[in-house]
Design a protein around this ligand. Structure first.
Ligand SMILES: NC(=O)C1=CN([C@@H]2O[C@H](COP(=O)(O)OP(=O)(O)OC[C@H]3O[C@@H](n4cnc5c(N)ncnc54)[C@H](OP(=O)(O)O)[C@@H]3O)[C@@H](O)[C@H]2O)C=CC1
Ligand SMILES: O=C(O)[C@@H]1CCC=N1
Length: 267
């Protein structure tokens, strides 16, 4: 498969690298379109067939066009892309909020897949949810699903509207996790640890706890109970979290992300 990527930043290149790692695409079969001159050195090192700063007619030679610019840059991309896109091509967008209908109308093109990945895709450990327009046929869909699965796990959603909630939960999710980890390391430093020691304590705790979620035959409440001894230290911490409304604050943050994704859908 020949793939053009428009917007070769964090996510566009995470996808490209995953496809390469699993031998799904050869370097020379990539066309990379990137505006930022700062990114050129790393893109050259990737040894793609073509690197360019502009969208031109050669893009019509590629089977799949991945649009991975920021949502705010899409309309400017669309004005050039609609002049050169071919009816047989499929567009895979990973832009937050931009709807299939919005993409179809801006590009005057029917075959569109909208996906929402997350940054662990860089390690092949991402989760991507996606929806497709009816004009993407089952063979095209399977091929693209194979590509997406090189970046981690995937889930197909019949209801495209759910992608705004996916964006809020797993798309933005890694940042919430890093935020919590950072706060815990900061607390460790304030209690007198070197940053490296605090980071080791926290990161290994997160890793081990993640495996307990997956492997212990217990609910999250039971896992919490198993740590929180009656009258002990964990209870003291949890009481403070409850008093500060930490669970509600996290929920409200996630809902705010969903609202923002819906706003981006409206342009
Ligand atoms: N980061 C994440 O965790 C996730 C991001 N997404 C979505 O992925 C998309 C990309 O995000 P991310 O990779 O983080 O963003 P980046 O800013 O890292 O990458 C986007 C790149 O596109 C370039 N660009 C802008 N306009 C054009 C253009 N007309 N032609 C070619 N290149 C252009 C930008 O250049 P310049 O910097 O000069 O503008 C930038 O280098 C967004 O739509 C985001 O919503 C989805 C899931 C997760
Ligand atoms: O913050 C954003 O808008 C993008 C979408 C999901 C993660 N990053």
């Amino acid at each position: 498969m020949k793939i053009a990527i428009i917007g070769c930043g964090n996510m566009g290149m995470a996808f490209a690298r995953a496809f390469l790692k699993f031998d799904l695409v050869k370097n020379q079969d990539f066309l990379l379109v990137e505006k930022s001159t700062d990114r050129m050195d790393s893109l050259t090192a990737f040894q793609p067939g073509v690197i360019t700063g502009v969208i031109g007619p050669q893009i019509g030679e590629y089977d799949l066009i991945i649009v991975s610019v920021k949502p705010q840059d899409f309309l400017s991309v669309a004005s050039s892309l609609k002049e050169v896109i071919q009816p047989s091509q499929v567009v895979l967008s990973i832009m937050a909020g931009v709807t299939i209908e919005g993409i179809q109308s801006a590009l005057e093109h029917k075959a569109v897949i909208r996906a929402m990945p997350n940054t662990p895709a860089m390690l092949g450990m991402g989760i991507t949810a996606y929806s497709a327009s009816p004009e993407v046929d089952i063979h095209q869909l399977r091929k693209i699903e194979n590509l997406i699965n090189a970046t981690g796990r995937s889930v197909f959603l019949e209801d495209e509207d759910q992608l705004n909630a996916v964006t809020a939960l797993s798309g933005s999710g890694p940042a919430y996790f890093f935020y919590v980890v950072k706060a815990m390391i900061e607390a460790g430093k304030q209690m007198g640890f070197e940053e490296s020691v605090a980071a080791l304590l926290v990161k290994q705790t997160m890793l081990g706890s993640y495996h307990l979620i997956n492997n212990a035959d217990k609910s999250l409440d039971d896992l919490i109970k198993a740590v929180a001894s009656k009258g002990g230290t964990t209870e003291a911490a949890l009481r403070q979290f409850e008093a500060g409304g930490l669970d509600k604050t996290l929920e409200n943050g996630i809902f705010a992300a969903q609202v923002r994704s819906t706003e981006l859908s409206k342009g």
